[in-house]
Design a binder for this molecule. Sequence first.
Ligand SMILES: N[C@@H](CCC(=O)N[C@@H](CS)C(=O)NCC(=O)O)C(=O)O
Length: 245
Amino acid sequence: MILAEKNLEWQSHVLDLRASDQHRPDYLQLNPNGVVPTLVDNGQVIIESTIICEYLDDAYPEPSLKPASPVGRARMRQWTKRLDEIIHFYTGVMSGSIAFRHQHLARPAEELQNYIESIPDPKRRARQREQIEKGMESPQFADAIAVFESFLADLEEQLCETDWMAGESFSLAEIGYTPYLIRLDELRLWQWMDKRPHVTDLYERIKSRPSFKAAYIDWRNNAFCELMAEKGPDAWPKIQEILGR
Ligand SMILES: N[C@@H](CCC(=O)N[C@@H](CS)C(=O)NCC(=O)O)C(=O)O
């Protein structure tokens, strides 16, 4: 999305995460965490989505995707910090527990075991195992719902005050959160926004940008989206129960 916003040319290398491409030794040399994305620019390797976005905005400043004021920039980084520290992790928990575990459960037992054992970080490996085995009954799932509820409430409150997350302009905050809003949409959980019209309006404005098509529509993984659309609606009653509604 940021590359499209800045009209930068780039070449994509798609990794099949289910085939463990991200754990291949040549990829781990670029990204020792074994995750996507990785940016290689002029021979320099940059990892971590938020840092990649900050780097691109510094290296290719036009059009700027940071608010002009220091306060706006601080607000933007409060959002992206929350994303990196909390939201990303719990998005994985939520979508894994609802939908993606079914991809794993469909594999032959030995293949599934090999996949889990190939996850380099032991904590991540244990969490992944629990999600696959217990799904929405895993304690991680209830935590994820609470995290999202508080994020959506804060986002609605912010957007009652300012047009965009960090103030008066579209910024790296929207770019950072776009995949997570897409995820709620693809999981067919948008009723969560029933009393949050500003969040819905923000998402509509993001979707109407040409960069949304270049970043998402052109790359959408149909099989993954069909699975989310199939499994997501079954999760809503469980989510309401967790939210105490
Ligand atoms: N903090 C990292 C997180 C990257 C991340 O977790 N990427 C996921 C896809 S969204 C991944 O590559 N997962 C690999 C796996 O599931 O093994 C970043 O922002 O770049």
